[in-house]
Design a protein around this ligand. Structure first.
Ligand code: 5GP
Length: 116
């Protein structure tokens, strides 16, 4: 399908992803251009374009994604040292892939607010 996002193609196994976690609702993969030693993307299997597109039926998955962020941080060894969680929304938010995803970054001292 022409309108599949790159993340749906990874979920569907059409292109490879470096998986660190998956369950029936979401996957977690290493970012292909990591901004930190740990840079994982937590992505719902449902192709919700962004936070702006969440509906009341997404209530459970939205909460689940944060619980998976916590799990991934523990698994990656940054839960104690600290890490950053970023969700970009829309053009001015810097979102480049229109499929909701949560950046989990850590493993070095981070400054400012962004993904750098
Ligand atoms: P955004 O800018 O939309 O918040 O974040 C998209 C992220 O997806 C970027 O950090 C980018 O490096 C990552 N990305 C883009 N294409 C791929 C890909 O094919 N595989 C993986 N693992 N990450 C990707």
């Amino acid at each position: 399908m022409a309108d599949k996002t790159i993340f749906t193609r990874i979920i569907d196994g059409e292109i490879p992803g470096n998986f660190v976690y998956q369950d029936e609702h979401c996957i977690a993969i290493r970012d292909i251009h990591p901004a930190a030693p740990v840079h994982v993307l937590v992505i719902p299997r449902k192709p919700i374009p962004s936070i702006a597109h969440l509906t009341t039926e997404d209530h459970a998955i939205a909460g689940h994604l944060l619980m998976v962020v916590k799990k991934v941080a523990e698994q990656e060894g940054v839960a104690e040292s600290g890490y950053r969680v970023v969700i970009n929304v829309g053009d001015e938010g810097g979102q480049t892939v229109p499929h909701l995803h949560i950046h989990v970054m850590g493993g070095r001292q981070l400054h400012g607010h962004g993904t750098a």
